[in-house]
Write a protein that binds this ligand. Structure first.
Ligand code: ATP
Length: 578
């Protein structure tokens, strides 16, 4: 029965995902059909007039090409753009018909250059000339979509394997097993509070699923790190995921502090500097086979250069088959080194989609992992969680389902259930049987917390004495606003005054702005608004309202010199820009 329910749910998710995908593609088409290339470049999704500055062979034998602005001055900078590692781009000829030459993945972006990794093109080799002019255009990312689709299809057909019982529990055909008895733990972090300790031992004792519900600033990440370290101590192999790279890196950074044996999968260029040493690429570069692999890559590059100079088809064919053989050798050597790196680690970390079996994890046996941990689970599409979930008999989910659900373009798909997170769905059904909530928050003044606590967390939050009366002098507030709910989160970042607001719920925001100003212990004097998206009239209404209400307040848009220390800087962003 469990398998049948899982198959039906997977089918429904696939359908909703198709709707979402169509909405995304329609949005992209509308851009491309109605907007000139120059305008696309102005919006940051297209880079015109580029030249190939250099090319070499990277991991998996991919061709890495670095593009720069086509100017004679080598110091030329790229125009403003939103290209980032992992983005899918199309490479086009700038002249003639502007044909699509190939698609690739951005691996690195600097102010002066962008590097793209190309898979082998259909005719075997993409040829990028140094003299030609190219343009790059961001395309809808079908890698993510295809990986999720693949996982849902695997869920649909899942009959036996490590995750069988977990699937039954998560689709409600089997009740969660009773918790096992646990011995008192010796904590790695002995400053954990009572609710955090309870969450740790509960999560370790659960058999199939445990959920750590962490309202803002309650030490969710701190708790998850302790759980992971304890699991490793018990000899478990842990796969740890989150929907975003930032959330994964956050865990890597904290775990690295405990000298845990970690391995971070994903594009190294996307990772923060201190995290890079834990990336698969960096570990491979330090491995014994690194020199041989580098030599094979060099051989490929040389054969490639010779093939371009080849006089006739026969000679060219000879080099191409040499490249093919070298690539095969490279692949085998890389896979051996990757398997060694993966099995050496106790904790493998990746984004949900980065844990796909079409990546390095395909090298591990099906029942390799004992535990999957998904952080920020309430912000992930349930479908994306199934990529890691199929790989272990137990999962621990962490997040806060009272905050924003995952971003979805298709309103119809969202209304039909695509925006319901796995975490929320499972809590709705099993409640206390599977979840522990963290109840002490370490981040905000209790006056701010009180509102959120009574509106959303059943009045259960308390402020730790270290922050209960703490006034903000310098810091950043992120105030995500979502259909009537306003949650307040504060990140202390020295040297920057800023409040970040999504202008959806004006009244709530105005109130919050004033609360924040009050807490800043300053006389409100000057507020600067900067809009990154939805530059609609709502923000003007907020400005007007503020100016009318608070006579000693001036509101303005940013100037190059702002913000000055006496000003509060309010920036409006969509969640994906935060
Ligand atoms: N038991 C504790 N004792 C003292 N400080 C703590 C404790 N638990 C967490 N903190 C502090 O509280 C802050 C928030 O912790 P953490 O980042 O783990 O919370 P979070 O719930 O994951 O945050 P977010 O709201 O960003 O998801 C950190 O500065 C952390 O050091």
């Amino acid at each position: 029965r469990g398998a049948k329910m899982a198959a039906e749910a997977a089918e429904r998710q696939l359908e909703l995902l198709r709707e979402e995908r169509e909405a995304e593609l329609a949005e992209r088409r509308a851009w491309q059909e109605n907007i000139s290339l120059k305008e696309l470049q102005r919006r940051g999704v297209c880079l015109l007039k580029l030249q190939a500055a250099n090319q070499r062979t990277g991991l998996y034998g991919r061709l890495l090409v670095t593009f720069q602005p086509r100017k004679y001055d080598s110091d030329a900078e790229l125009p403003y753009n939103s290209f980032g590692p992992g983005d899918i781009v199309g490479l086009y000829d700038s002249v003639g018909q502007g044909d699509l030459l190939s698609t690739g993945i951005v691996t690195r972006v600097t102010s002066k250059a962008v590097t793209i990794a190309f898979e082998e093109s259909r005719d075997g080799m993409l040829s990028v000339g140094h003299e030609s002019s190219y343009r790059l255009l961001k395309l809808a990312n079908d890698i993510t979509y295809n990986r999720i689709k693949k996982a849902l299809n695997a869920l649909k057909q899942y009959h036996s394997g490590p995750a069988s019982d977990l699937i039954d529990v998560l689709f409600f055909s089997l009740d969660p097993s009773p918790s096992s008895e646990t011995k008192p733990l010796k904590l790695y972090n002995d400053s954990l509070d009572a609710s955090q300790r309870e969450a740790v031992s509960f999560s370790l004792a659960q058999k199939e699923v445990a959920i750590v519900h962490g309202p803002p600033g309650t030490g969710k990440t701190t708790t998850i790190v302790e759980i992971i370290l304890q699991a490793v101590q018990q000899g478990l192999k842990v796969l740890c995921c989150a929907p975003s790279n930032v959330a994964v890196d956050n865990l890597v950074e904290r775990l690295a502090g405990y000298k845990a044996r970690i391995l971070r999968l994903g594009h190294p260029a996307r990772l923060l500097e201190p995290i890079q040493q834990h990336s698969l690429d960096a570990v491979l570069a330090r491995s014994d086979s690194a020199q041989i692999v580098a030599d094979v890559r060099k051989d490929i590059d040389q054969a490639f250069a010779k093939s371009k100079k080849a006089q006739d088809k026969g000679e060219r064919g000879h080099f191409l088959s040499e490249i093919k053989a070298l690539r095969k050798e490279l692949k085998e050597r890389e896979e051996t080194a990757m398997t060694a790196a993966l099995t050496h680690a106790s904790i493998v970390l990746a984004t949900n989609t980065g844990a796909s079996s079409d990546g390095p994890l395909k090298l591990l046996p099906e029942n390799y992992f004992d535990l999957v941990v998904i952080d920020e689970c309430a912000q992930a599409l349930e479908a994306s969680c199934w990529i890691p979930l199929l790989k272990a008999p137990k999962c621990i989910l962490a997040g806060d389902h009272k905050q924003l659900p995952p971003t979805i373009i298709s309103h119809k798909a969202a209304a039909k259930g695509l925006s319901l997170s796995l975490m929320e769905r499972v809590i709705e059904r099993y409640g206390e049987k599977v979840v522990k909530m963290l109840t002490v928050q370490y981040r905000m003044h209790e006056a701010i917390m009180q509102w959120a606590s009574s509106e959303m967390y059943g009045g259960r939050l308390t402020a730790h004495p270290s922050v209960a009366q703490h006034l903000l002098n310098r810091g950043v507030f992120f105030i995500p606003v979502h259909v009537g709910f306003v949650t307040v989160m504060q990140f202390s970042i020295p040297s920057c005054h800023s409040i970040s607001v999504c202008p959806l719920f004006h009244q709530g925001i105005v109130t919050l702005v004033v609360v924040v100003l009050f807490l800043c212990n300053k006389k409100p004097c000057s507020v600067i608004f900067r809009l990154l998206l939805w530059c609609d009239t709502s923000i003007n209404e907020i400005l007007l309202h503020l100016v009318r209400t608070y006579k000693n307040l001036t509101c303005s848009v940013p100037t190059p010199s702002s913000p000055s220390p006496s000003q509060v800087f309010i920036e409006s962003r969509a969640r994906h820009q935060i």
